[in-house]
Design a protein around this ligand. Sequence first.
Ligand code: HEC
Ligand code: HEC
Length: 301
Amino acid sequence: MSGFWSGWVVVLAVVTIGVSLFLFAWGLRVHIPVQDDGTTGHNWDGIREGLHKLPWWWVAVSIGAFAWAIGYLVLYPGLGNFAGVLGWSSPEQHQRDTAANTAKRASQNNPWRAMTIAQLAKDRNAIDVGGRLFQDNCAACHGKGARGNPHVGAPDLTDAVWQFGGSEDAILASILDGRSAVMPPWGQALQKDGVEEVASYLQSLSGNASRDWQVKAGHERYDMFCVSCHGPGGVGRATIAPSLADQTWLYGNDWSDITTSIRDGRTGVMPAWRTRLGVDQSRLVAAWVVAQAAHGRPAGK
Ligand code: HEC
Ligand code: HEC
Protein backbone atom coordinates (compact mmCIF):
# COMPACT_ATOMS: atom_id res chain seq x y z
CA MET A 1 0.00 0.00 0.00
CA SER A 2 1.38 3.43 -0.86
CA GLY A 3 2.03 5.92 1.95
CA PHE A 4 -0.98 7.98 0.91
CA TRP A 5 -3.50 5.13 1.05
CA SER A 6 -1.96 3.80 4.23
CA GLY A 7 -2.43 7.24 5.83
CA TRP A 8 -5.97 7.40 4.49
CA VAL A 9 -6.85 4.06 6.08
CA VAL A 10 -5.27 5.10 9.39
CA VAL A 11 -7.18 8.39 9.46
CA LEU A 12 -10.50 6.73 8.56
CA ALA A 13 -10.11 3.99 11.18
CA VAL A 14 -8.97 6.31 13.97
CA VAL A 15 -11.65 8.94 13.26
CA THR A 16 -14.43 6.34 13.03
CA ILE A 17 -13.46 4.59 16.24
CA GLY A 18 -12.75 7.91 18.01
CA VAL A 19 -16.12 9.46 17.09
CA SER A 20 -18.06 6.32 18.06
CA LEU A 21 -16.19 6.09 21.33
CA PHE A 22 -16.87 9.72 22.10
CA LEU A 23 -20.60 9.39 21.35
CA PHE A 24 -20.75 6.24 23.44
CA ALA A 25 -19.04 7.81 26.48
CA TRP A 26 -20.99 11.04 26.12
CA GLY A 27 -24.30 9.14 25.85
CA LEU A 28 -23.61 7.37 29.14
CA ARG A 29 -23.06 10.58 31.07
CA VAL A 30 -25.33 13.14 29.40
CA HIS A 31 -28.07 14.43 31.63
CA ILE A 32 -31.58 14.37 30.15
CA PRO A 33 -34.14 16.25 32.26
CA VAL A 34 -36.89 13.99 33.63
CA GLN A 35 -40.44 15.05 34.45
CA ASP A 36 -42.22 14.09 37.60
CA ASP A 37 -43.97 11.20 35.84
CA GLY A 38 -40.57 9.72 34.89
CA THR A 39 -40.84 10.60 31.17
CA THR A 40 -38.92 13.10 29.08
CA GLY A 41 -42.07 15.15 28.75
CA HIS A 42 -42.27 14.52 25.00
CA ASN A 43 -45.74 13.54 23.99
CA TRP A 44 -46.38 12.11 20.53
CA ASP A 45 -50.12 12.02 19.91
CA GLY A 46 -50.70 10.72 23.41
CA ILE A 47 -47.68 8.42 23.43
CA ARG A 48 -45.23 9.58 26.09
CA GLU A 49 -41.49 9.13 25.62
CA GLY A 50 -40.00 7.20 28.53
CA LEU A 51 -36.43 7.35 29.74
CA HIS A 52 -34.54 4.16 30.52
CA LYS A 53 -30.94 3.58 31.33
CA LEU A 54 -29.00 1.36 28.93
CA PRO A 55 -28.91 -2.18 30.33
CA TRP A 56 -25.58 -2.92 32.01
CA TRP A 57 -24.86 -5.91 29.71
CA TRP A 58 -25.23 -3.68 26.64
CA VAL A 59 -22.75 -1.20 28.07
CA ALA A 60 -20.37 -4.02 29.00
CA VAL A 61 -20.52 -5.62 25.55
CA SER A 62 -19.90 -2.24 23.91
CA ILE A 63 -16.89 -1.51 26.12
CA GLY A 64 -15.61 -4.99 25.30
CA ALA A 65 -16.04 -4.37 21.56
CA PHE A 66 -14.14 -1.07 21.74
CA ALA A 67 -11.36 -2.62 23.78
CA TRP A 68 -11.14 -5.55 21.35
CA ALA A 69 -11.03 -3.31 18.26
CA ILE A 70 -8.38 -0.99 19.65
CA GLY A 71 -6.33 -3.85 21.10
CA TYR A 72 -6.48 -5.69 17.79
CA LEU A 73 -5.30 -2.68 15.79
CA VAL A 74 -2.40 -2.19 18.19
CA LEU A 75 -1.30 -5.85 18.21
CA TYR A 76 -2.07 -6.99 14.65
CA PRO A 77 -1.81 -5.54 11.13
CA GLY A 78 -4.90 -3.52 10.24
CA LEU A 79 -3.99 0.15 10.50
CA GLY A 80 -2.64 0.88 7.02
CA ASN A 81 0.97 -0.23 6.78
CA PHE A 82 1.42 -0.50 10.55
CA ALA A 83 2.46 -4.14 11.15
CA GLY A 84 1.19 -4.33 14.74
CA VAL A 85 3.44 -4.65 17.78
CA LEU A 86 3.33 -8.48 17.68
CA GLY A 87 4.76 -8.51 14.16
CA TRP A 88 2.32 -11.29 13.14
CA SER A 89 1.74 -11.95 9.43
CA SER A 90 -0.46 -14.50 7.68
CA PRO A 91 2.26 -15.77 5.26
CA GLU A 92 4.56 -16.46 8.23
CA GLN A 93 1.79 -18.20 10.12
CA HIS A 94 1.09 -20.27 7.01
CA GLN A 95 4.77 -21.18 6.72
CA ARG A 96 4.96 -22.20 10.37
CA ASP A 97 1.86 -24.38 10.08
CA THR A 98 3.10 -25.98 6.87
CA ALA A 99 6.50 -26.68 8.40
CA ALA A 100 4.87 -28.19 11.49
CA ASN A 101 2.64 -30.32 9.28
CA THR A 102 5.55 -31.51 7.14
CA ALA A 103 7.59 -32.35 10.25
CA LYS A 104 4.65 -34.29 11.65
CA ARG A 105 4.22 -36.27 8.45
CA ALA A 106 7.95 -36.95 8.22
CA SER A 107 8.08 -38.22 11.78
CA GLN A 108 5.18 -40.59 11.28
CA ASN A 109 6.27 -44.07 10.49
CA ASN A 110 5.14 -44.12 6.87
CA PRO A 111 4.80 -47.73 5.68
CA TRP A 112 4.62 -46.58 2.03
CA ARG A 113 8.20 -45.41 2.20
CA ALA A 114 9.50 -48.95 2.45
CA MET A 115 7.55 -50.02 -0.66
CA THR A 116 8.69 -49.79 -4.27
CA ILE A 117 6.56 -47.84 -6.75
CA ALA A 118 5.54 -51.13 -8.38
CA GLN A 119 4.28 -52.34 -5.00
CA LEU A 120 2.51 -49.05 -4.30
CA ALA A 121 0.78 -49.36 -7.69
CA LYS A 122 -0.97 -52.49 -6.33
CA ASP A 123 -1.91 -50.95 -2.96
CA ARG A 124 -5.51 -49.68 -3.01
CA ASN A 125 -4.96 -46.97 -0.37
CA ALA A 126 -1.74 -45.70 -1.93
CA ILE A 127 -3.44 -45.50 -5.35
CA ASP A 128 -6.39 -43.64 -3.83
CA VAL A 129 -4.12 -40.97 -2.40
CA GLY A 130 -1.98 -40.86 -5.56
CA GLY A 131 -5.11 -40.47 -7.70
CA ARG A 132 -6.32 -37.56 -5.61
CA LEU A 133 -2.92 -35.89 -5.88
CA PHE A 134 -3.05 -36.41 -9.65
CA GLN A 135 -6.49 -34.79 -9.93
CA ASP A 136 -5.32 -31.80 -7.86
CA ASN A 137 -1.96 -31.23 -9.52
CA CYS A 138 -1.74 -32.92 -12.88
CA ALA A 139 -5.23 -33.25 -14.37
CA ALA A 140 -5.27 -29.60 -15.48
CA CYS A 141 -2.67 -30.47 -18.11
CA HIS A 142 -2.85 -34.23 -18.59
CA GLY A 143 -6.64 -34.52 -18.27
CA LYS A 144 -8.68 -36.28 -15.57
CA GLY A 145 -8.10 -39.71 -17.02
CA ALA A 146 -4.46 -38.87 -17.88
CA ARG A 147 -5.25 -39.20 -21.59
CA GLY A 148 -3.28 -36.06 -22.46
CA ASN A 149 -4.16 -32.65 -23.87
CA PRO A 150 -3.05 -31.48 -27.32
CA HIS A 151 -3.45 -27.81 -26.38
CA VAL A 152 -0.51 -27.89 -23.98
CA GLY A 153 1.27 -30.86 -25.53
CA ALA A 154 0.78 -32.92 -22.37
CA PRO A 155 1.18 -36.55 -23.39
CA ASP A 156 -1.24 -39.41 -22.78
CA LEU A 157 0.14 -41.22 -19.73
CA THR A 158 -1.99 -44.34 -20.20
CA ASP A 159 -0.52 -45.55 -23.49
CA ALA A 160 2.68 -47.43 -24.24
CA VAL A 161 4.49 -44.44 -25.68
CA TRP A 162 6.99 -42.76 -23.36
CA GLN A 163 9.24 -39.97 -24.46
CA PHE A 164 11.26 -40.05 -21.27
CA GLY A 165 10.86 -43.69 -20.33
CA GLY A 166 7.99 -45.66 -18.83
CA SER A 167 9.86 -47.46 -16.06
CA GLU A 168 8.84 -46.61 -12.49
CA ASP A 169 12.10 -44.73 -11.98
CA ALA A 170 11.82 -42.76 -15.23
CA ILE A 171 8.24 -41.73 -14.45
CA LEU A 172 9.27 -40.63 -10.96
CA ALA A 173 12.18 -38.66 -12.45
CA SER A 174 9.80 -36.92 -14.91
CA ILE A 175 7.61 -35.91 -11.98
CA LEU A 176 10.32 -34.86 -9.52
CA ASP A 177 12.47 -32.77 -11.82
CA GLY A 178 10.18 -31.98 -14.74
CA ARG A 179 10.93 -32.23 -18.46
CA SER A 180 11.17 -29.72 -21.20
CA ALA A 181 11.12 -30.04 -24.93
CA VAL A 182 12.39 -27.66 -27.55
CA MET A 183 11.18 -27.95 -31.08
CA PRO A 184 12.55 -24.92 -32.95
CA PRO A 185 10.27 -22.97 -35.31
CA TRP A 186 10.96 -23.65 -39.02
CA GLY A 187 8.66 -21.14 -40.69
CA GLN A 188 11.55 -18.78 -41.50
CA ALA A 189 13.98 -21.38 -42.77
CA LEU A 190 11.54 -23.48 -44.79
CA GLN A 191 8.95 -20.93 -45.83
CA LYS A 192 5.35 -21.96 -46.46
CA ASP A 193 6.14 -24.43 -49.27
CA GLY A 194 8.91 -26.12 -47.33
CA VAL A 195 6.70 -26.51 -44.25
CA GLU A 196 3.94 -28.07 -46.33
CA GLU A 197 6.33 -30.42 -48.11
CA VAL A 198 7.81 -31.72 -44.91
CA ALA A 199 4.31 -31.99 -43.37
CA SER A 200 3.24 -34.12 -46.35
CA TYR A 201 6.24 -36.34 -45.81
CA LEU A 202 5.29 -36.77 -42.12
CA GLN A 203 1.72 -37.65 -43.04
CA SER A 204 2.99 -40.31 -45.40
CA LEU A 205 5.10 -41.74 -42.55
CA SER A 206 2.18 -42.11 -40.17
CA GLY A 207 -0.11 -43.46 -42.87
CA ASN A 208 -2.34 -40.39 -43.06
CA ALA A 209 -3.59 -39.18 -46.43
CA SER A 210 -0.84 -36.98 -47.79
CA ARG A 211 -0.16 -34.80 -50.80
CA ASP A 212 1.89 -37.32 -52.81
CA TRP A 213 3.52 -34.73 -55.01
CA GLN A 214 5.18 -33.04 -52.02
CA VAL A 215 6.44 -36.14 -50.23
CA LYS A 216 9.74 -36.53 -52.07
CA ALA A 217 10.85 -32.93 -51.56
CA GLY A 218 9.63 -33.14 -47.96
CA HIS A 219 11.74 -36.23 -47.37
CA GLU A 220 14.85 -34.39 -48.58
CA ARG A 221 14.18 -31.44 -46.32
CA TYR A 222 13.46 -33.76 -43.44
CA ASP A 223 16.83 -35.46 -43.85
CA MET A 224 18.48 -32.07 -43.87
CA PHE A 225 16.73 -30.32 -40.98
CA CYS A 226 14.85 -32.78 -38.81
CA VAL A 227 16.65 -36.08 -38.80
CA SER A 228 19.15 -35.08 -36.12
CA CYS A 229 16.40 -34.92 -33.51
CA HIS A 230 13.53 -37.01 -34.86
CA GLY A 231 15.72 -39.81 -36.25
CA PRO A 232 15.73 -41.45 -39.69
CA GLY A 233 12.23 -42.11 -41.00
CA GLY A 234 10.75 -40.09 -38.12
CA VAL A 235 11.07 -42.90 -35.58
CA GLY A 236 11.95 -40.42 -32.83
CA ARG A 237 14.74 -40.47 -30.30
CA ALA A 238 14.06 -41.15 -26.65
CA THR A 239 14.38 -38.03 -24.45
CA ILE A 240 15.28 -35.88 -27.53
CA ALA A 241 12.24 -35.78 -29.79
CA PRO A 242 9.06 -37.79 -30.25
CA SER A 243 8.30 -40.24 -33.03
CA LEU A 244 6.54 -38.70 -36.03
CA ALA A 245 5.86 -42.03 -37.67
CA ASP A 246 3.27 -43.45 -35.25
CA GLN A 247 -0.35 -42.67 -34.40
CA THR A 248 0.52 -40.84 -31.18
CA TRP A 249 0.63 -37.07 -31.46
CA LEU A 250 1.29 -34.58 -28.70
CA TYR A 251 -0.33 -31.70 -30.56
CA GLY A 252 -2.71 -33.51 -32.89
CA ASN A 253 -2.27 -34.82 -36.43
CA ASP A 254 -4.56 -32.62 -38.50
CA TRP A 255 -2.91 -30.85 -41.40
CA SER A 256 -3.13 -27.59 -39.47
CA ASP A 257 -1.79 -29.11 -36.23
CA ILE A 258 1.24 -30.52 -37.99
CA THR A 259 2.02 -27.46 -40.08
CA THR A 260 1.64 -25.27 -36.97
CA SER A 261 4.04 -27.52 -35.03
CA ILE A 262 6.61 -27.21 -37.83
CA ARG A 263 6.14 -23.52 -38.60
CA ASP A 264 6.00 -22.14 -35.05
CA GLY A 265 7.84 -24.80 -33.09
CA ARG A 266 6.68 -26.31 -29.80
CA THR A 267 8.05 -26.03 -26.31
CA GLY A 268 6.12 -28.31 -23.97
CA VAL A 269 7.08 -27.92 -20.34
CA MET A 270 6.44 -30.46 -17.64
CA PRO A 271 6.91 -28.61 -14.33
CA ALA A 272 9.11 -30.06 -11.57
CA TRP A 273 7.29 -31.25 -8.45
CA ARG A 274 10.16 -32.00 -6.07
CA THR A 275 9.55 -28.93 -3.90
CA ARG A 276 5.75 -28.73 -4.30
CA LEU A 277 4.89 -32.37 -3.64
CA GLY A 278 8.06 -33.78 -2.08
CA VAL A 279 9.41 -37.25 -2.76
CA ASP A 280 6.83 -39.25 -0.75
CA GLN A 281 3.82 -37.75 -2.51
CA SER A 282 5.53 -37.81 -5.91
CA ARG A 283 6.05 -41.57 -5.48
CA LEU A 284 2.32 -41.98 -4.77
CA VAL A 285 1.37 -40.06 -7.94
CA ALA A 286 3.93 -42.07 -9.91
CA ALA A 287 2.32 -45.25 -8.56
CA TRP A 288 -1.09 -44.04 -9.73
CA VAL A 289 0.32 -43.27 -13.19
CA VAL A 290 1.93 -46.71 -13.34
CA ALA A 291 -1.39 -48.29 -12.35
CA GLN A 292 -3.19 -46.42 -15.17
CA ALA A 293 -0.53 -47.29 -17.70
CA ALA A 294 -0.28 -50.93 -16.63
CA HIS A 295 -2.41 -52.20 -19.53
CA GLY A 296 -0.41 -51.00 -22.47
CA ARG A 297 3.06 -50.66 -21.03
CA PRO A 298 5.75 -53.04 -22.20
CA ALA A 299 7.65 -54.22 -19.13
CA GLY A 300 10.71 -52.17 -18.23
CA LYS A 301 10.51 -49.83 -21.18
C1 HEC B 1 1.63 -27.33 -16.90
C2 HEC B 1 1.15 -28.55 -17.47
C3 HEC B 1 1.56 -29.84 -16.77
C4 HEC B 1 1.32 -30.24 -15.49
C5 HEC B 1 0.60 -29.47 -14.39
C6 HEC B 1 1.85 -31.57 -15.37
N1 HEC B 1 2.41 -31.95 -16.55
FE1 HEC B 1 3.32 -33.74 -16.90
N2 HEC B 1 3.86 -33.08 -18.75
C7 HEC B 1 3.48 -31.89 -19.31
C8 HEC B 1 4.08 -31.76 -20.63
C9 HEC B 1 3.89 -30.59 -21.59
C10 HEC B 1 4.86 -32.93 -20.83
C11 HEC B 1 5.72 -33.25 -22.04
C12 HEC B 1 7.05 -32.61 -21.75
C13 HEC B 1 8.01 -32.70 -22.87
O1 HEC B 1 7.68 -33.26 -23.92
O2 HEC B 1 9.12 -32.18 -22.66
C14 HEC B 1 4.69 -33.73 -19.62
C15 HEC B 1 5.30 -34.96 -19.42
C16 HEC B 1 5.06 -35.81 -18.35
C17 HEC B 1 5.62 -37.12 -18.19
C18 HEC B 1 6.59 -37.79 -19.14
C19 HEC B 1 5.82 -38.53 -20.20
C20 HEC B 1 6.69 -39.29 -21.16
O3 HEC B 1 6.21 -39.50 -22.30
O4 HEC B 1 7.80 -39.67 -20.83
C21 HEC B 1 5.08 -37.64 -17.03
C22 HEC B 1 5.35 -39.02 -16.44
C23 HEC B 1 4.21 -36.63 -16.47
N3 HEC B 1 4.22 -35.52 -17.30
C24 HEC B 1 3.49 -36.76 -15.31
C25 HEC B 1 2.88 -35.69 -14.65
C26 HEC B 1 2.36 -35.76 -13.30
C27 HEC B 1 2.31 -37.02 -12.46
C28 HEC B 1 1.93 -34.51 -12.99
C29 HEC B 1 1.37 -34.02 -11.67
C30 HEC B 1 2.22 -34.18 -10.52
C31 HEC B 1 2.14 -33.67 -14.15
N4 HEC B 1 2.73 -34.42 -15.14
C32 HEC B 1 1.79 -32.33 -14.21
C33 HEC B 1 2.67 -30.93 -18.76
C34 HEC B 1 2.25 -30.92 -17.43
C1 HEC C 1 16.34 -29.66 -31.83
C2 HEC C 1 15.62 -30.87 -32.04
C3 HEC C 1 14.50 -30.84 -33.07
C4 HEC C 1 14.59 -30.58 -34.41
C5 HEC C 1 15.81 -30.20 -35.21
C6 HEC C 1 13.26 -30.76 -34.94
N1 HEC C 1 12.39 -31.09 -33.94
FE1 HEC C 1 10.40 -31.46 -34.13
N2 HEC C 1 10.23 -31.69 -32.15
C7 HEC C 1 11.29 -31.68 -31.26
C8 HEC C 1 10.78 -31.87 -29.93
C9 HEC C 1 11.61 -31.92 -28.65
C10 HEC C 1 9.38 -32.00 -30.05
C11 HEC C 1 8.36 -32.17 -28.91
C12 HEC C 1 7.90 -30.79 -28.51
C13 HEC C 1 7.09 -30.77 -27.27
O1 HEC C 1 6.93 -31.79 -26.59
O2 HEC C 1 6.57 -29.67 -26.95
C14 HEC C 1 9.07 -31.88 -31.45
C15 HEC C 1 7.79 -31.93 -31.97
C16 HEC C 1 7.52 -31.95 -33.33
C17 HEC C 1 6.19 -32.10 -33.87
C18 HEC C 1 4.91 -32.29 -33.07
C19 HEC C 1 4.78 -33.77 -32.73
C20 HEC C 1 3.52 -34.15 -32.03
O3 HEC C 1 3.51 -35.27 -31.50
O4 HEC C 1 2.55 -33.38 -32.01
C21 HEC C 1 6.32 -32.09 -35.23
C22 HEC C 1 5.20 -32.22 -36.24
C23 HEC C 1 7.72 -31.90 -35.51
N3 HEC C 1 8.41 -31.81 -34.32
C24 HEC C 1 8.24 -31.83 -36.78
C25 HEC C 1 9.57 -31.48 -37.03
C26 HEC C 1 10.06 -31.22 -38.34
C27 HEC C 1 9.28 -31.36 -39.62
C28 HEC C 1 11.36 -30.84 -38.19
C29 HEC C 1 12.35 -30.42 -39.29
C30 HEC C 1 11.89 -29.34 -40.11
C31 HEC C 1 11.69 -30.90 -36.79
N4 HEC C 1 10.56 -31.28 -36.12
C32 HEC C 1 12.91 -30.61 -36.26
C33 HEC C 1 12.62 -31.49 -31.55
C34 HEC C 1 13.11 -31.16 -32.79
